[in-house]
Design a protein around this ligand. Structure first.
Ligand SMILES: [Zn+2]
Length: 166
């Protein structure tokens, strides 16, 4: 699942990238032209006027705040935990993160972090270093909370196979 989000939804784009989704931001206009539909790609916007294109790949969100928008996307597109790949992508650049050795991050992260963490990742574009359970910890909890809520809402619903473990 990939996303193309309308420019005012930059906050939501960061959440989606944190979840591991390939997310591009660009301004959309009801006057068109709109990007061509692409397989497995959803267009997210707040502009109700885009409904006139009648396209199934355009999702018009109702929530105003990024966190609520994330919950809305996860719920409406029936995203399950298995679809997520937390912290695999730079929230700023959308680039896939690459693993770094501890030696390679020496001096680039706070000493306490270097001593207590084993896994590090780097964005090849902006060189930002990521590690589990750090500045992303709070976000991670919120994503799981959002998913918890969305799966409860769909419990007893149509797709039990999505939640079962293979
Ligand atoms: Zn980056």
């Amino acid at each position: 699942m990939k996303f193309l989000v309308d420019a005012p939804l930059g906050g939501l784009a960061k959440w989606l990238r944190f979840c591991g989704f390939d997310t591009t931001v660009r301004p959309l206009s009801a006057r068109g032209p709109l990007p061509q539909p692409q397989a497995d790609t959803f267009i997210l916007t707040l502009q109700t006027s885009l409904a006139r294109f009648g396209r199934g790949d355009i999702v018009i969100l109702r929530a105003a705040a990024p966190e609520a928008q994330l919950r809305e996307v996860l719920r409406r597109l029936k995203v399950s935990r298995r679809d997520l790949d937390l912290m695999s992508r730079c929230v700023k650049c959308n680039e896939a993160l690459v693993p770094l050795s501890r030696d390679a991050v020496a001096g680039r992260v706070p000493e306490y972090i270097w001593h207590t963490q084993k896994e590090f990742y780097e964005c090849p574009a902006c060189r930002r270093v990521y590690w589990p359970g750090s500045h992303t910890d709070g976000i991670s909890r919120k994503v799981h909370a959002a998913l918890g809520r969305s799966s409860r809402r769909s419990a007893g619903g149509k797709s039990p196979s999505q939640r079962s473990t293979p």
